[in-house]
Design a binder for this molecule. Sequence first.
Ligand SMILES: Nc1ncnc2c1ncn2[C@@H]1O[C@H](COP(=O)(O)OP(=O)(O)OP(=O)(O)O)[C@@H](O)[C@H]1O
Length: 301
Amino acid sequence: MATLELYSKGASVWIPDPDAVWVSAQLLEDYSPGHKHLLLQLSDGNEVHYPVGSSSDLPPLGNPDILEGENDLTTLTFLHEPAVLHNLRVRFLDYSSIYTYCGIVLVAINPYDQLPIYGEEVIDAYCGQDMADMEPHIFSVAEEAYRTMIRSEKKQSIIISGESGSGKTVSAKFTMRYFAVVGGTAQQTRVEERVLASNPIMESIGNAKTIRNDNSSRFGKYIEIGFGRKGDIIGANMRTYLLEKSRVVFQVKGLIFKMCHPFLSLLTLSKMFKICSCCYCSNLFNSMIIYVAFWCILVSQ
Ligand SMILES: Nc1ncnc2c1ncn2[C@@H]1O[C@H](COP(=O)(O)OP(=O)(O)OP(=O)(O)O)[C@@H](O)[C@H]1O
């Protein structure tokens, strides 16, 4: 619990709000134990009496303005839900940054927009740099894992978690792209190409359109990338688990079209490769090609 003396006139606090979730307010008078209310001024100028049954009901304190938009949440004086949400919001809206550190953890906001932050020039900028010296980025996490692996000659893991549609698959793809560039020769080798090329094939078979995500992975992935002594990619292995079979054969309520049926998935894939003329016969033919391509990739690894 925060120290009671900090609830003095002029201090800022966060109070729950049915619409904005949390709103900021300023104390208009000092709080002392026994007070039943806090006199607060909201940002729109309105004054409110915030009920305080006991000191444990005191609202979370706001951080000093100078810490607003910090790129590492652990540097905040007060770390609680409204502080985290506010900082991520400020970084996203004012700094156009979707990434924030929380110690060694990278917090990412899904921008649902193509941002110009994943090009090769950005990869070059992060290559060889320390995580602490760079702005938060998925490439920074990938670089840290890559350098630590080279330095310590030990396996490294990157765990990507989040709710459906939060951007896990996209983040994993950017991580692999990073490894493909820094762990490749000037001209990417066939192994790296195959690692990246396996994505649409896996997605065509195991992804489905859900209410939360048009291209939702309905299975977990454990992707292992092998590196040689020089740090170049020499192989990769993907294990899948917990495939949600029900979504492969049933259509969820509320969706007009669903990609997950194998036939429809292959149709989507064929469209991606622009080899589909959208008639059933050619789709069947295309699906054969895709299965062959799929096995070729697996066997050649
Ligand atoms: N960094 C990003 N930049 C731009 N768009 C993104 C980014 N991350 C995610 N998206 C968008 O969000 C959509 C959903 O992301 P993604 O499929 O990676 O979510 P997920 O967490 O893997 O979901 P699920 O658990 O349902 O598979 C993507 O199709 C893409 O449009």
